[in-house]
Design a protein around this ligand. Structure first.
Ligand SMILES: C[S@@+](CC[C@H](N)C(=O)[O-])C[C@H]1O[C@@H](n2cnc3c(N)ncnc32)[C@H](O)[C@@H]1O
Length: 228
């Protein structure tokens, strides 16, 4: 579903490449680790140091790659559409390989990875099928897929993914609402089975860092799913 049906902010909408191209410089100052890394820390069914190779789809500036390497993952390959985000990931020096590509059709090898990750990107995809199919192509037969997303409940409250442009004016990055049933259907069609799931709330830890979000107290803001 397109966000325009629910959008209460009504900022002008820009494409993924324009939006993240402009946001790249300040992206890491605005995205809280509570949104995604906190949920990765809750995952029970993955033994991170035992994971040798990861394909990180929509790697952005490399926040997730850095976290994975800190957990002891040996090698992380990253793919992203936006040059400016990739440049920052490259500068971190933690990815074995970085490619500018659509996550639906990456140049990475098939049936190769212990784990595929896609963090904070599914809301930018009109369809989920291509993401789940590409993750299934990349993972080896016992590989897993971890998806962390912006929670559909939060988007239905009317808050699309947005950032402040260099002139200070806010803009929305083109995005879509996917219900959990959309995820399950797309995942099952690609051969994945639900392994584990977590939801992150706007809780006291969150308000300590972003007090202005008090109006959203206890609303779910993000989710993580481990697919096997
Ligand atoms: C919110 S950022 C998330 C980056 C990183 N995963 C993180 O958690 O910090 C979303 C990223 O998805 C990328 N992106 C959006 N659509 C994409 C697509 N179809 N293929 C590859 N990358 C995409 C954007 O360029 C951007 O870097």
């Amino acid at each position: 579903m397109e966000i325009r049906h629910f959008d209460r902010r009504r900022y002008p909408t820009v494409s993924v490449e324009t939006g993240y191209g402009e946001w790249a410089a300040t992206y890491e100052d605005t995205v809280l680790d509570l949104m995604d890394l906190r949920l990765l820390e809750r995952v029970q069914t993955l033994d991170w140091p035992q994971i040798a190779e990861v394909a990180d789809l929509a790697c952005g500036t490399g926040r997730v790659g850095a976290w994975l390497r800190e957990q002891g993952v040996a090698a992380v390959d990253g793919v992203d559409l936006t040059d400016e985000m990739l440049a920052l990931a490259r500068a971190k020096g933690i990815y074995r390989r970085l490619e500018q590509a659509d996550l639906a059709a990456t140049p990475l090898p098939a049936a190769h990875y212990d784990l595929v990750t896609a963090v904070l990107v599914d809301e930018h995809l009109a369809e989920l099928g291509p993401l789940y199919r590409e993750a299934a192509r990349l993972a080896h037969p016992s590989g897993r897929f971890v998806l962390v997303g912006y929670h559909p409940h939060f988007m239905l409250d009317g808050i699309p993914t947005h950032y402040n442009r260099t002139d200070g004016e806010p803009a929305t990055i083109a995005c879509y609402v996917h219900l959990f049933s959309d995820h399950v259907r797309a995942a099952q069609a690609a051969g994945w089975t639900l392994g584990e799931m977590h939801e992150g709330l706007i809780d006291d830890d969150w308000l300590a860092q972003k007090p202005k979000w008090a109006q959203h107290y206890l609303r779910p803001v993000s989710f993580a799913v481990v697919w096997t």
